[in-house]
Design a protein around this ligand. Structure first.
Ligand SMILES: Nc1ncnc2c1ncn2[C@@H]1O[C@H](COP(=O)(O)OP(=O)(O)OP(=O)(O)O)[C@@H](O)[C@H]1O
Ligand SMILES: [Mg+2]
Length: 250
């Protein structure tokens, strides 16, 4: 048994609006060990992004506990959460969240500069990462001059810039062709191996789901476990109905 790194206990998240309350998470519980590669599966609207946002401290649960290294992050104040996000978390957003007024290079430099590194060092590191994601030639472009897949790759470079201990990726290859998607996933897997980086990602692609060491399925507000060895038994039709498994497992 490895060490429990992240622990989610009886998590509830209810979005309240004038029209109605929506209980997206209804008692979700799961644990993640250091270095695990976890894929969170579920239909559109099942609460995957909601769960990832809570794990990253970007949102607060209605009730329940989110422990990181034994501490409940949902009780932390803004300063603690800022530190946690900057130093421990790398987040690849489903909708990128790039700063439009900054170039690709500057977007990747931001988290490095926030760690109080020198500008030259930040520039060098950011460029190295952009090269790794195949975007070296677009370093000086602004997000509006980039395709969706290119923006996603800037987002990947920015997420790993500070060598996070947890990489949270919300459909990290959602806008990429399969070849570019594989390059990105391999880069993330390499980092996971080298730095013992824990990875939690969502995907609608069964092929990418197979890369994980563990699969979690979110349905009706609760999260259940499926061992990767049982993947053939997963009823993908009920979870990922719009995709067909086309690629062979490597
Ligand atoms: N801020 C919010 N206010 C109200 N409802 C919200 C909010 N954020 C999400 N929801 C609702 O919560 C549900 C879960 O949303 P979430 O984004 O977590 O789904 P998802 O599993 O990531 O879906 P997808 O696969 O389409 O990305 C949806 O019904 C959504 O409309
Ligand atoms: Mg989502």
């Amino acid at each position: 048994m490895g060490e429990t790194f992240i622990s989610i206990d009886n998590l509830f998240k209810v979005f309240t609006s004038k029209a109605e309350d929506l209980a997206v998470l209804r008692g979700a519980s799961f644990q993640i060990e250091k270095g695990e590669i976890v894929c969170l599966l579920g239909t559109s609207g099942s609460g995957k992004t909601t769960t990832l946002n809570l794990l990253a401290g970007l949102d607060k649960p209605t009730s329940g506990k989110i422990s990181y290294g034994g501490e409940d992050i949902s009780k932390w104040d803004t300063t603690d959460l800022y530190d946690y996000r900057l130093k421990e978390i790398g987040f690849i957003f489903q909708d990128f969240h790039l700063m439009e007024h900054l170039t690709a290079l500057e977007n990747v430099m931001v988290p490095i500069l926030l760690m109080k590194k020198e500008e030259e060092e930040a520039k060098e590191k950011a460029l190295e990462l952009l090269n790794k994601v195949g975007l070296g030639t677009k370093a000086l472009n602004h997000p509006e001059e980039l395709s969706s897949g290119e923006k996603q790759r800037v987002c990947v470079a920015r997420a790993v810039a500070n060598s996070p201990s947890i990489l949270i990726a919300d459909e990290p290859t959602g806008t990429l062709d399969s070849k570019t998607g594989d390059v990105i996933m391999n880069l993330l897997l390499d980092l996971s191996k080298k730095n013992k980086m824990t990875m939690i990602y969502t995907t609608h692609d069964p092929y990418l789901a197979r890369i994980a060491t563990r699969l979690l399925i979110i349905q009706k507000g609760v999260v259940s476990e499926t061992e990767i060895t049982n993947i053939e038994e997963i009823d993908y039709d009920s979870i990922i109905f719009e995709y067909k498994l086309e690629r062979d497992v490597k």
